[in-house]
Design a protein around this ligand. Structure first.
Ligand SMILES: [Zn+2]
Ligand SMILES: [Zn+2]
Length: 150
């Protein structure tokens, strides 16, 4: 399956809204793994769907900050690694730093509840550009609960 190229990703006309972000994350196949679940991040505090986000792609973690209510949440198992992280704030090439977030989960095997890989897809609310800004491996079990931690 062809991967979506960065050139295509930088086309502001690419897709429409969060549906296109979900498709983007699936097509990107971070780590080369088929994704079975993509969950949009929604703030538990206020229902907001726009975030600033810091990621460390080396350590493999991400923290989102709701722009409406300032509530911050560590995505998936990020809390396990946050103490070692040096997070950088995500910024779209247009300079925007507010995003819709869709978190992709790839299973260990088809039909498996355990998660092999997590990827963080962001869609800039200013110009609509989608990208996968961080992805990391999960190497423990059970890990199916991570799907509830977008
Ligand atoms: Zn909020
Ligand atoms: Zn942008």
């Amino acid at each position: 399956m062809a991967q979506v190229t960065p050139e295509k990703a930088q086309d502001p006309e690419y897709g429409d809204g969060v549906t296109s972000l979900v498709e983007y994350v699936k097509d990107y196949r971070a780590g080369g793994h088929r994704i079975d679940t993509v969950i949009e991040s929604v703030c538990a505090g206020c229902g907001g769907r726009v975030f600033e986000i810091g990621v460390d792609d080396e350590v493999g973690c991400a923290e989102r900050l709701c722009v409406a209510c300032d509530d911050s949440v560590l995505i998936a198992d990020s809390a396990d690694h946050w103490s070692e992280a040096e997070p950088a704030q995500c910024e779209c090439p247009c300079g925007g730093s507010e995003f819709a977030i869709a978190v992709g989960f790839a299973p260990v095997a088809d039909g498996s509840d355990d998660v092999r890989w997590v990827s963080i897809g962001l869609r800039c609310v200013r110009d609509g550009m989608s990208g996968v800004y961080a992805d990391w491996k999960i190497d423990y079990s059970p890990s199916g609960h991570l799907r509830d931690m977008a």
